[in-house]
Write a protein that binds this ligand. Structure first.
Ligand SMILES: [Fe+2]
Length: 408
């Protein structure tokens, strides 16, 4: 029954963890009232995983929507090991902040054509992060274009438009391409421990500065929900599987028929994508990116097939308001050593308000992110069709043999 799988992961998963990883593994679920989230501890991701172990982790995410594999040894767990692990979930995607397209920054510019040039670490914007608290908080060595460093070790001028200090816009990762991102994952290295604001939290509640970074014109209730973000550096999530399951069957059926037109650029014809997806492992249905304009100024708003632009906005902002209700929200607390994976088809997320211009390690927030597209793979290296990689992965990136080993 879908009802039980939405609110709590199936009990047999716990037995499978004991079988596959040993009796000392701890499995906690759910992490949120909606049923979202599972946490496993006692798994060392420095060691390669067996197929049956990967299969279990994939099954767990397909039910829980978000999975934390806690307690990695940060002295040993390298970004190479992290990227190798990510390859099981899909093909790692080069992040737009790590390459130029047609000689221009790939994220800010809406053009989607042009030769992709991967930037060496020293030429990336994030390289300046290592000069903020030298010897205290620095990035792990890496050159992979798939690794995104999410940190507040950057000044406001160094940050991308949609990663503002007052929190980002609600979104799913790379929903604007024909093949969206399936999972994203964080490896947490540093999290802020300072609680020195008058409200006893890491940051003060942001001052209401109007609709930015959203477009103006949304109703007040929606704006309040959008901006109700955690204040201790947690990543904010909304559970679009639980939100879908809570709807009357008649409403679910209507939404399952909805297609949205997505475009890379406003003048493109774009393509139709389903609003409701079904997870192929768990059969759990969820809303995928039920948002009108999650990247204002970067990607055009979406349109619902058969609706005018104004009707599309009304309809999708109504859904966003529904999904951002407290019962579907979950603020995920990061702990150093945690690998946290989320399914972008089954959730929304956004970055929290952060302190910038920090001077003390207690204020440092340093996470590494990898995102993956396509089908999971129980064994490595992956066996992706080269034509598929060229079509869906910027620059045709593939994790090299030094990360995933050689094909046998
Ligand atoms: Fe994101």
């Amino acid at each position: 029954m879908q009802e039980t799988s939405i609110h709590s992961s199936p009990p047999y998963l716990e037995h499978r963890f004991a079988t596959q990883f040993g009796e000392t593994v701890q499995f906690d679920h759910p992490l949120a009232a909606s049923g979202m989230g599972a946490r496993v501890s006692g798994i060392d991701l420095c060691s390669p995983l067996r197929s049956a172990q990967v299969d279990l982790l994939l099954d767990t995410l397909s039910h829980a929507r978000l999975l934390t594999i806690a307690g990695q040894d940060l002295e040993r767990f390298s970004l190479t090991a992290f990227e190798r692990f990510a390859n099981h979930w899909g093909a790692p995607v080069a992040h737009p902040s790590n390459f130029l397209r047609g000689g221009k920054p790939a994220q800010q510019d809406s053009e989607s054509d042009g030769v992709v040039k991967f930037l060496p670490y020293a030429d990336r914007r994030v390289a300046v992060a290592d000069t903020v608290l030298p010897g205290q908080v620095t990035c792990l060595p890496h050159e992979s274009p798939a690794v995104l460093v999410a940190t507040n070790l950057l000044g406001q001028d160094d940050r991308k438009e949609f990663r503002l200090k007052d929190g980002g816009t609600w979104h799913t990762d790379i929903e604007y391409e024909p093949l969206p991102i399936y999972v994203s994952m964080f490896l947490a290295h540093h999290v802020p421990v300072a609680r020195d604001t008058p409200n006893g939290q890491w940051v003060k509640p942001p001052v209401d500065a109007g609709p930015a970074p959203y477009f103006p014109g949304s109703d007040d209730e929606l704006m309040t929900l959008r901006k109700r973000l955690p204040l201790n550096g947690e990543t904010a999530f909304a559970d679009t599987a639980a939100a879908f399951a809570a709807l009357p069957l008649e409403e679910q059926a209507k939404l399952e028929a909805v297609q949205v037109r997505r475009r890379l650029n406003a003048e493109d014809e774009g393509w139709l994508a389903p609003l409701v997806r079904m997870d192929p492992r768990s059969d759990v249905k969820s809303l995928h990116s039920p948002l009108w304009a999650s990247r204002p100024g970067v990607r055009p708003p979406v349109e619902v097939d058969g609706m005018t632009p104004a009707e599309s906005r009304d309809f999708l902002e109504g859904l966003e308001k529904y999904v951002l209700q407290r019962e579907f929200r979950y603020d995920h607390v990061h702990t150093p050593g945690d690998v946290t994976i989320w399914n972008n088809y089954m959730s929304l997320h956004t970055s929290p308000p952060i302190k910038i211009g920090i001077k003390h390690p207690d204020d440092a927030r340093l996470l590494y992110r990898l995102s993956c597209k396509g089908a999971p793979s129980l064994v490595l290296p992956r066996d992706d069709d080269p034509a598929w990689v060229t079509k869906h992965i910027p620059g045709g990136y593939r994790s090299p043999e030094s990360i995933v080993g050689a094909a046998s």
